[in-house]
Each structure stands twice: as C-alpha cells, then as structure tokens.
Design a binder for this molecule. Sequence first.
Ligand SMILES: Cc1cc2nc3c(=O)[nH]c(=O)nc-3n(C[C@H](O)[C@H](O)[C@H](O)COP(=O)(O)OP(=O)(O)OC[C@H]3O[C@@H](n4cnc5c(N)ncnc54)[C@H](O)[C@@H]3O)c2cc1C
Ligand code: FES
Length: 292
Amino acid sequence: MPDERPPAGVRPALPVMLRVVEVCRENDEMVTVYLARADEAEAAAMGLELAAFVPGRFFMVWLPGLDEKPYAVSSLDAERVGLTVQQRGPFSTAMGALRPGERVGLRGPFGRGFWGLQDHGDGGRVALIGGGCGTGVVAPMRELLPQAAVVQGSRTAGVVLRLPALDGQVVFTDDGTEGCRGFPTEWLAAQLRAGALDAVYTCGPEAMMVGVATLCREAGVPCQVCMERYMKCGIGVCGQCECDGRRVCVEGPVFTTEELAEMPSFGRRRRDKAGRIIVLDSCPSGSQAAPS
Ligand SMILES: Cc1cc2nc3c(=O)[nH]c(=O)nc-3n(C[C@H](O)[C@H](O)[C@H](O)COP(=O)(O)OP(=O)(O)OC[C@H]3O[C@@H](n4cnc5c(N)ncnc54)[C@H](O)[C@@H]3O)c2cc1C
Ligand code: FES
C-alpha cells in the first residue's frame, strides 16, 4: 500500500457556525448530531472545507462557552454532515443535548485520513473494523467500498452502533448479548488465514487496534489504523497529541502498521489532558488483543 496521502492541509481558521437539523439517539450511549451543509461556498471562504473530508480526517467542534473538541464525521451527504458522539463527560453530554436550530462551530477537516480506498474496486476483499464510537469513523468508507465487510466490536448490545451505512455488519459483543461473543480479531484471524483480504482499515479502542495491526502485519496484509490521542489545538501547535515524535493531529490520525512499528507508545502510553504520560493497561477490561 504505497503512501499516496494528500498533504494534511492545516486550516487554523475560526469556527464556522452550522445549524443543527436533527439529533438521533443511536443507542444507550451515542447520539448522532446532524448539521446543515447550507452556505457551503461561504463556509469554504471562511476555511471550513467539508468537501475536503475523507474518512479518518476530523473536525474541531466548538460549543460556545464550553470547549472545542475533535470529532470524526460518521456520514456526509449533499445536505448534512453527521457527527456520532459517545456521551462520556461534559462536552459530549452537551452535544447530545443540542436541539434543531441551535448552532455549532466547526473547523477543518484536519489530519490525514485513510487513503488508497479507490484501489479496492467495490471493496469485496476489504475489512472495515470498528470498535465503540470508532465504528462511526469507518462508516463513511462503506459508501466508497459497498462490498466491504464491516465488523463491529462492542461491550454489550445496548451500545452497538447501527448507522444505515453499517447494514449487514458482523457484530461481536464482549458479553455475547448481540451477535458473536468475543472480539473482531477472532473474525479477522480466520479471514486472514483463508487469504480472503487485501486490506484492512480500523478505528476503535487501542487494545483492539493493536490486535488488528498485529494480525495484519503477521499476515502481510496492509492495514491502516486511526489513532486517538488527546487533542487541544488540532493543528500541530500545542504538542498535546505527540506520540513518539509524531503529532497525531497532523501526521495522523491514520497510520500504517509499518509506521506504528516505529511508534512503541502505540498500545502502551498516551498523554492525559494535562500532558502527562500515562501507561495504558496492557490488558484492559474487554481486551481485544489478538488471540494467541
Ligand atoms: C481525531 C479524534 C476524533 C474523534 N472522534 C470522535 C467521534 O467521532 N465520536 C466521539 O464520540 N468521540 C470522538 N473523539 C473523542 C472526543 O473528542 C472525546 O471523547 C470527547 O471530547 C469527550 O469529551 P467530554 O468532555 O465529553 O469528556 P471528558 O470527561 O472530558 O473526557 C472523557 C474522555 O474523552 C477523551 N477526550 C476528552 N477530551 C478529548 C480531546 N480533546 N481529545 C481526545 N480525546 C478526548 C479522553 O479519553 C477522556 O478521558 C475523537 C477524538 C479524536 C482525537
Ligand atoms: S493537538 Fe496540538 S499538536 Fe496535536
């Protein structure tokens, strides 16, 4: 998989305010906030280039008076852009409380997204593997790769993400309350053994992505991973998202398994919101590491 990524394109513009048109509850923890794409030419003139979005790139989302946080796009059509949000703390809870007519600030898109998607035809030999709200990141790839297999890992049935783009997905739950009991890595290992895949794209909990990347590297199958790090500026200035000398917001968030092999912190260490390095659990609860 040659590195043919376009330049990241940094746009340190002011947020452009977009109107909320709908807020859909997806499951016990996630909502999708849909924003109108109206006045796109005007938005582009102010630095918000929705047309430059590719899956894996992200936007900085501003709620006036509260904060600005990074979010991926889980759907994009001619009329609206969808942000699927897992409600965790103050910001994401406020996102879920938005009502139609309210306005949200958007800057971006930022970072380098997944690439080479157009090389796989209809995607019949491609796997898109998502975990938790990371499944929303891989969802827009389904439009480009309609025959790709989508595999989702979730803690339990109540938090499975069911966006229309994910129709026909294979679901694994840690507790077996929906789909197969276990982890997407079990499905992946079998597919790789059968020689059924040419490429794998993944976003989700880091333990799951470590397992996916390890299996793909061992099988010699190209794999791209969308990494999450705490981000503040989103444009490579503050250093908050640094991982082994790379700014995840600019050089990533998507990396190849070859790049990750040079990033020993992947799966082991990250920075907290104060910038301190914290050690990740080697086997967090619900670990989705590769089966031995
Ligand atoms: C490139 C990128 C894309 C993302 N896309 C999505 C998405 O599509 N959907 C989604 O639900 N979440 C996404 N996130 C994570 C999202 O930004 C945070 O979960 C969210 O801001 C939580 O804020 P909070 O105030 O609700 O929670 P808090 O209580 O403040 O934090 C809860 C946890 O969220 C994470 N978090 C909080 N702030 C940030 C931040 N600035 N950068 C990274 N992680 C943070 C940390 O792990 C933290 O422990 C993305 C993160 C990154 C880096
Ligand atoms: S978030 Fe500031 S450098 Fe990446």
